[in-house]
Design a protein around this ligand. Structure first.
Ligand SMILES: NC(=O)c1ccc[n+]([C@@H]2O[C@H](COP(=O)([O-])OP(=O)(O)OC[C@H]3O[C@@H](n4cnc5c(N)ncnc54)[C@H](O)[C@@H]3O)[C@@H](O)[C@H]2O)c1
Length: 332
């Protein structure tokens, strides 16, 4: 008898069943691994699968996480270049792709990453036809559209991390200015993730007290406290971090895990994430932009209708036109 047989007596043969709450992360670069560790630390999955094209790095990352199993509550961590390891995922997070070089705009990255998606998405769909896709790779709004087109999924199951990070950065910076924790500082950045994102000043509040009502110059050029700078800092933050450390990872990883929590636990929290906005705010094309979305197990179920100023709507339409201008040229 083996040590195992001497030690334990089997009382029930488990039928081979697959995981119930499986999450896959495609791309084990700086962002993918920050997402992976943040998800593991929140005990969101019973199985985590990792996929990448660089096999040594992929196996190394998997082993390194598996060696931490004692301190985690996710019993199975798998990896592979072959997408069969991703089978039966509930949530698939795409972080694969080329990253921004110093000074490179997110839009510049686009065609490089479209080509990568043409390989990834059909493979994901093949093994997890009912999953929710969460796109993180940049330019995130365009690549969410690309993932939607290639997957053939209904729009509510294809989500871009969008302005979830931008809004978190805004709330952090607002908190620093006020000496109040981000959790109690409310503010929404919507629209395109990145350079043309739109801060909704009318909604900025603490404990329901509108800062704009207290101080009408908030966010305008006349503002002596320069609150507009807070939004500018949000836009500049990725460029600043990339200049300093080469890439961004921790904040995006944490913000993606926050979205994963809402999805896996069906929390129905509202997040500023990228969804199909055709028909909203006078937008007529198939573009994905961030608006406040009700998120749960089946993806995005509802969108909160924000009362926007005409110039804010105009900015959204301008972003939509810019994105559509690029999207219509893409080769699938
Ligand atoms: N949405 C956001 O808020 C946000 C924030 C930060 C970074 N990003 C984006 O996330 C992406 C990843 O950034 P990073 O810093 O981790 O880059 P990285 O270069 O460190 O990692 C990218 C990984 O993707 C892998 N990859 C490339 N082609 C692949 C394929 N066909 N299949 C599977 N894996 C593949 C690479 O081997 C690499 O390991 C970039 O597009 C970046 O711009 C988005």
């Amino acid at each position: 008898m083996s040590v195992k047989e001497l030690l334990i007596q089997n009382v029930h043969k488990e039928e081979h069943s697959h995981a119930h709450n499986k999450i896959t992360v495609v791309g084990v670069g700086a962002v993918g691994m920050a997402c992976a560790i943040s998800i593991l630390m929140k005990d969101l999955a019973d199985e985590l699968a990792l996929v990448d094209v660089i096999e040594d790095k992929l196996r190394g990352e998997m082993l390194d996480l598996q060696h931490g199993s004692l301190f985690l509550r996710t019993p199975k961590i798998v990896s592979g270049k072959d997408y069969s390891v991703t089978a039966h995922s509930k949530l698939v997070i795409i972080t694969a792709g080329a990253r921004q070089q110093e000074g490179e705009s997110r839009l510049n990255l686009v065609q490089r990453n479209v080509n990568i998606f043409k390989f990834i998405i059909p493979n994901v769909v093949k093994y997890s036809p009912d999953c929710t896709l969460l796109v993180v790779s940049n330019p995130v709004d365009i690549l969410t559209y690309v993932a939607w087109k290639i997957s053939g999924f209904p729009k509510h199951r294809v989500i871009g991390s969008g302005c979830n990070l931008d809004s978190a950065r805004f709330r952090y910076l607002m908190g620093e200015k006020l000496g109040i924790h981000s959790l109690s500082c409310h503010g929404w950045i919507i629209g395109e993730h990145g350079d043309s994102s739109v801060p909704v000043w009318s909604g900025v509040n603490v404990a329901g007290v509108s800062l704009k009502a207290l101080y009408p110059d908030l966010g305008t050029d006349a503002d002596k406290e320069h609150w507009k700078e807070v939004h500018k800092q949000v836009v500049d933050s990725a460029y600043e971090v990339i200049k300093l450390k080469g890439y961004t990872s921790w904040a995006i990883g944490l913000s993606v895990a926050d979205l994963a929590e809402t999805i896996m636990k069906n929390l129905k929290r509202v997040h500023p994430i990228s969804t199909m906005v055709k028909g909203m705010y006078g937008i007529h094309n198939d573009v994905f932009l961030s608006v406040p979305c009700v998120l749960g197990y089946s993806g995005i179920t509802d969108v909160v209708k924000m009362t926007l100023k005409s110039e804010e709507e105009e900015k959204l339409r301008k972003s939509a036109d810019t994105l559509w201008g690029i999207q219509k040229e893409l080769q699938f």
